[in-house]
Design a protein around this ligand. Structure first.
Ligand SMILES: [Fe+2]
Ligand SMILES: [Fe+2]
Length: 336
């Protein structure tokens, strides 16, 4: 395997009412991990002259329909600054991605550590951890090549995040909600960027395609695990899971789709520009809500949404009726 995938893999979606059906899904995922996997330093042509990263390359500039890219302030910057801001944002997304996946791997290993013999999840979790190791190496290598002082999660959050690998010791179901809370919004943004043709640099495109292909399996596993396990939870366990899910999702989606503080400071982006492009923008809020749409639908399917926790979803601005997505104005602008 020396090439990135040409087609974007889709998730496996199956009902897993019986134990047999659940095991069959895991077996398919195991086989897919053996048949199609990519290695950070074997399958990405880092030394290819076309794959080099130049921070002033105009291909990094944000497109006009991007919320920040559309602002007058951004448009009035010289081309090199426009490119640097675009690259900074890509690098930050990768850095946050690798930090999240680091926590995820530690959590997966904590989960696998306690599994008894002959549990089908053991092998899959090891496949997933292996793949995440390669993602971490790809992302960090990219960040290094930007030669920019890119930081990931804000410091306060970094501290709280260290608790995440311990979640499976308390509840494995909650842990896989956390997994989806990170993987689904990243996947949503990456698929949208690729399908919209917004990725111009071949290195970014290769990394993204590899990532999407493997994440489709990770997301499938987490979804099927929840479908298999949640129906057997007790009433109080369901209530706790239903209540904590929107909190985890609300916080995580916001972090992943927010402007990086160090970038704002470095380029002196005025506060009113940041506010207009992110916080006050209804499109931005719609994107945040849509990025957790698939998990929200799953929670509805698992009957984990009730009138009390629906208010928590609303409080975080991520509620919509199951199956519904909010219209995003900039999508129409692009199509026109
Ligand atoms: Fe990953
Ligand atoms: Fe993953």
């Amino acid at each position: 395997m020396t090439k990135a995938p040409t087609e974007l893999a889709e998730e496996v979606r199956e009902q897993v009412q019986s134990k047999k059906a659940y095991r069959a899904v895991i077996e398919r995922l195991n086989k897919a991990s053996v048949d199609k996997h990519w290695e950070a330093y074997a399958d990405v042509p880092w030394d290819d002259p076309d794959f080099q990263v130049d921070k002033n390359d105009p291909r990094w500039a944000l497109p006009k329909f991007d919320r920040l890219g559309a602002t007058e302030w951004y448009q009035s910057q010289p081309p090199e600054i426009q490119a640097q801001i675009g690259l900074w944002r890509v690098g930050t997304a990768m850095k946050i991605g690798l930090q999240f996946e680091n926590l995820l791997k530690r959590g997966l290993l904590n989960y696998a550590y306690r599994l008894p013999n002959n549990r089908p999840e053991f092998r899959y979790v090891y496949h997933e951890t292996t793949e995440e190791c390669h993602h971490g190496m790809m992302f960090q290598e990219f960040v290094n090549r930007t030669k920019m002082p890119i930081k990931g999660m804000p410091r306060a959050l970094n501290l709280v995040a260290q608790l995440a690998p311990l979640i499976p010791l308390v509840s494995t179901e909650l842990f896989f909600v956390f997994v989806l809370g990170g993987e689904d919004p990243i996947d949503y943004v990456q698929r949208k960027s690729l399908k919209g043709g917004h990725i111009k640099h071949p290195l970014e495109e290769t990394i993204m395609k590899i990532h999407i292909a493997e994440e489709a399996r990770h997301i499938s596993f987490a979804r099927h695990y929840l479908k298999h396990r949640v129906p057997n939870l007790s009433g109080p366990q369901r209530r706790i899971l239903g209540f904590t899910t929107p909190i985890i999702l609300g916080v995580m989606a916001r972090i992943m789709l927010s402007p990086p503080g160090p970038m704002v400071r470095r380029f002196h982006i005025p506060a009113d520009v940041v506010r207009a492009a992110y916080r006050d923008d209804p499109d931005h809020m719609a994107e945040v809500a849509n990025s957790v749409g698939k998990i929200r639908d799953l929670m509805g399917e698992l009957r984990l949404i009730n009138p009390v926790n629906k208010r928590v979803w609303k409080l975080f601005g991520i509620w919509d009726e199951p199956g519904r997505r909010r219209p995003v104005r900039s999508d129409h602008a692009k199509a026109a």
